[in-house]
Design a protein around this ligand. Structure first.
Ligand SMILES: Nc1ncnc2c1ncn2[C@@H]1O[C@H](COP(=O)(O)OP(=O)(O)O)[C@@H](O)[C@H]1O
Ligand SMILES: [Mg+2]
Length: 343
C-alpha cells in the first residue's frame, strides 16, 4: 500500500513565498509510485486548504484564487488521521518553530524534521546561543535587546552595545529567517534604525559582532546516528546574504564543495553533527557557519531545521554532491519520520 503523505506549503510567515517554491520542488520530485500525496496550502492568514490543481500554481501563488481545485478545511486531513506522515515544507514562524510539530505530535502523526523542542530552539537565535555557549561552541559576541527595556531607556542600551561590541554589528530579530528584518550597522545611526527595524518582527533582538567571514553550510541528516554531507559555501552577491541576495540576485553562488582542506572539511562536518545532537535535532537540519577570513576560526551562525528545499537550494544540493539524489533524500526523510514515530 502506498504511504499517504501530507505536504504542507505556504504558511503564516515572512517566508511564505519561499515555502511555495520549496514545496513545488518536493511535489515535482517525490516518487508518486510510492506515495499518495495530499497537498495542503496554508494561507498567510492561516486558512488550510487542500489543493488539487497544478504544481506550477503553487509555485506562482495562483493556487489561492483557483476556486475549482481548493477544498476548505485542509486541516481535517490531519485531524481525521488520513495520512501516515506530514512533511511540513514550511519555513519560519508557524512552521519551522515547533508549532506545526506540536500539532502533529498531539495528533500522533509522524512528521519530517526535528521535534518540538529543537524546532523552537533553533528558530530562536538568542536561545540557540544560550544553549550552545554551555557546550563551548564558538559564536559571535552578542547583546540581547528586549523591546520593553529598549523603549524605556534607549540611550543606555545603545551605549552598552557600543562598549561591548563596537562596529560593525548585525542586528537580527531573534525569530527570523531568510534575512528578513536583518541589517548590518557601521555606526550609531544605523544601529538605531536597525534596532527599530528588527523590533518590528520580534520583541527580542540579537545584536552581534560582524565577522569578516566566509559562509559555510553543512547538511545533516538522521535521527540517532546523523551524518553530514559535503560542506558548501555561499558566495553572496552583496555585502551580506540578505533576502535579495538569497532569492533574487542571480550573482549569488553556491560553491560545492566549499573551499576547505580535507582536515578542515572533516572538522566542520563533525562540529555540525555535534551541534545537531546538542540541540536534539532529528530528521534533518542545515548547520551554518561563519569562518573568519583573517583567522580561519569557525563560528556557528545558525541552524535551520527546515532548510530551503528547492532543487537548487543548498541542502538538497549538498546531498546530491554526496551521492544522494533529491527523490532519494525525500524517501529517507519520510523513513526517518516513521522510524522516530512519536518519540
Ligand atoms: N555575525 C555575523 N557576521 C557576518 N555576517 C553575518 C553575521 N550574522 C549574519 N551575517 C550575514 O547575514 C546573513 C543572514 O543572517 P542569518 O543569521 O543567517 O539569518 P537568517 O535566519 O535570516 O538566514 C548571513 O547569511 C550572513 O551573510
Ligand atoms: Mg541564514
Amino acid at each position: 500500500m502506498k504511504k499517504k503523505i501530507a505536504i504542507l506549503f505556504g504558511g503564516q510567515s515572512t517566508e511564505h513565498e519561499v515555502s511555495r517554491v520549496s514545496a513545488s520542488s518536493v511535489l515535482k520530485n517525490i516518487d508518486k509510485t510510492k506515495y499518495e500525496i495530499y497537498s495542503i496550502g496554508i494561507t498567510k492568514d492561516g486558512k488550510w486548504l487542500e489543493y488539487k490543481g497544478k504544481i506550477e500554481n503553487i509555485e506562482n501563488g495562483e493556487w489561492e484564487s483557483d476556486e475549482e481545485n481548493k477544498i476548505p478545511n485542509g486541516q481535517n486531513i490531519l485531524f481525521n488521521k488520513e495520512v501516515d506522515v506530514v512533511f511540513p515544507v514550511l519555513h519560519g514562524l508557524y512552521g519551522e518553530d515547533g508549532t506545526i510539530q506540536g500539532l502533529c505530535k498531539l495528533l500522533k502523526i509522524p512528521f519530517v524534521g526535528p521535534g518540538v523542542l529543537s524546532s523552537a530552539l533553533c528558530m530562536d537565535k538568542i536561545y540557540t546561543k544560550y544553549v550552545l555557549e554551555n557546550f563551548g561552541v564558538k559564536q559571535a559576541d552578542y547583546v540581547v535587546v528586549n523591546k520593553f527595556d529598549y523603549n524605556k531607556d534607549k540611550e543606555s542600551i545603545i551605549n552598552h552595545i557600543e562598549e561591548k561590541l563596537g562596529y560593525a554589528v548585525f542586528i537580527k530579530p531573534s525569530n527570523s529567517g531568510s534575512s528578513v528584518g536583518i541589517t548590518k550597522a557601521h555606526n550609531r545611526e544605523r544601529l538605531v534604525s536597525g534596532l527599530e527595524e528588527a523590533l518590528k518582527y520580534d520583541r527580542k533582538v540579537l545584536v552581534e559582532t560582524a565577522i569578516n567571514a566566509r559562509e559555510v553550510e553543512v547538511a545533516v541528516l538522521g535521527n540517532d546516528e546523523p551524518k553530514a554531507a559535503v560542506p558548501g559555501e555561499i558566495i553572496p552577491a552583496k555585502e551580506f546574504y540578505d533576502y535579495e541576495a538569497k532569492y533574487k540576485n542571480e550573482a549569488s553562488k553556491l560553491l560545492i564543495p566549499a573551499a576547505l582542506s580535507k582536515e578542515e572539511e572533516e572538522e566542520i562536518k563533525k562540529l555540525a553533527v555535534d551541534i545537531y545532537k546538542m540541540l536534539d535535532c532529528q530528521g534533518m537540519s542545515r548547520v551554518d557557519f561563519l569562518i573568519d577570513k583573517d583567522t580561519d576560526e569557525v563560528y556557528l551562525n545558525e541552524i535551520n531545521t527546515l532548510p530551503g528545499f528547492t532543487s537548487i537550494s543548498m541542502y538538497p544540493k549538498l546531498w546530491q554532491a554526496s551521492g544522494k539524489g533529491y527523490s532519494q533524500l525525500i524517501d529517507e526523510l519520510i523513513e526517518l519520520a516513521i522510524d522516530r514515530g512519536n518519540d
